[in-house]
Design a protein around this ligand. Sequence first.
Ligand code: NAD
Ligand code: UDP
Ligand code: UDP
Length: 325
Amino acid sequence: MKKRQLMRRKRVLVTGGAGFLGSFLCERLLALGNEVLCADNFFTGTRDNIAAILGNYRFELLRHDITFPLYVEVDEIYNLACPASPIHYQHDPVQTTKTSVHGAINMLGLAKRTGARILQASTSEIYGDPEIHPQNESYWGRVNPIGPRSCYDEGKRCAETLFFDYWRQHRLPIKVARIFNTYGPRMQPDDGRVVSNFVLQALRNQPITIYGDGQQTRSFCFVEDLIEGLIRLMDSPDDVTGPVNLGNPVEFRMLELAQMVIALTGSASKLEYSPLPQDDPRQRQPDIGLARQLLDWQPAVSLEEGLGRTIDYFRQQMDLGQIEG
Ligand code: NAD
Ligand code: UDP
Ligand code: UDP
């Protein structure tokens, strides 16, 4: 028998697999021939997001909260479970910190017992409101430890600490991805993120809500590009632990984003200004030099193309009556 036929399929655990990023990751891992176990407590994820793969015999769905221990046998773990939008992570901030910290401990314990490789979905929020621009991985960040965003920012920072301590103490094969703003189909319509807000407002011909003067910047990565980066990071050699920035380095002002969405939708929406939320970073742009060098990765989808695909998705959801028109 050839060696290839003896090789077993990988069993991959995706926590938060019913969420926005997680559902795309599960699909991609299945397409690559893996067995996928999705563990999700459905706080922000939905069965709709994974409807297309629920019938796949290599896919298994487990309703589970990762703040509790989980005993399963796997080869790889992608730890994505955590609400990502301010509205959702501030809804129950204590649970958000527990998910990041207790969740990381449980998943690291699982990785330690099974010998699995483990990847953490960290975030650009660990840089806080940065003093350097663009942000590279050696920057330690400027984060308020006691503000409304702290449950998320500090929870994710502590999770990174745990990952590196398990690596130092137990030689666990870890991977830490610092994900910058990502957008695309299956963003939740009610999560208050700027892309979904602007697209829905434009499709409904409602005012586009600009917070502050709209001069603050973000750089937006299309979901497919991001998933490719996560998979390349997981597949990288053991000595590549990260943290590695994953995001699109092309930077836009929120005002420019609003104008692009209006143009692409042909909307009659006008701009409406309201105050900037507390601790809202002024600028954010990833330095992806490390990802380019270590993973040979960079985003391929332009904002215009990705927005077009996102707009198509939300339009379709409205036509189906899944989202109010
Ligand atoms: P999402 O809210 O759509 O997905 C998170 C998923 O985790 C949901 O399915 C939710 O139900 C699940 N979940 C939450 N708490 C859980 C718990 N205690 N146990 C089990 N499941 C739980 O968010 P997303 O945008 O897909 O983000 C996925 C990950 O990527 C998060 O860890 C987030 O911090 C990180 N991230 C996302 C972005 C982005 O722009 N989308 C940017 C940086 C980092
Ligand atoms: N754990 C888990 N699944 C496993 C192994 C461990 O959920 O397969 C959890 C367990 O609850 C433990 C945590 O992971 O509290 C950390 O495990 P570790 O072995 O690192 O620490 P210890 O059990 O010694 O506290
Ligand atoms: N924002 C905005 N209008 C909205 C939603 C968000 O102007 O309807 C701004 C928000 O103040 C921030 C940027 O858009 O400066 C990105 O916000 P989001 O919540 O999407 O991401 P994050 O702040 O976590 O990067």
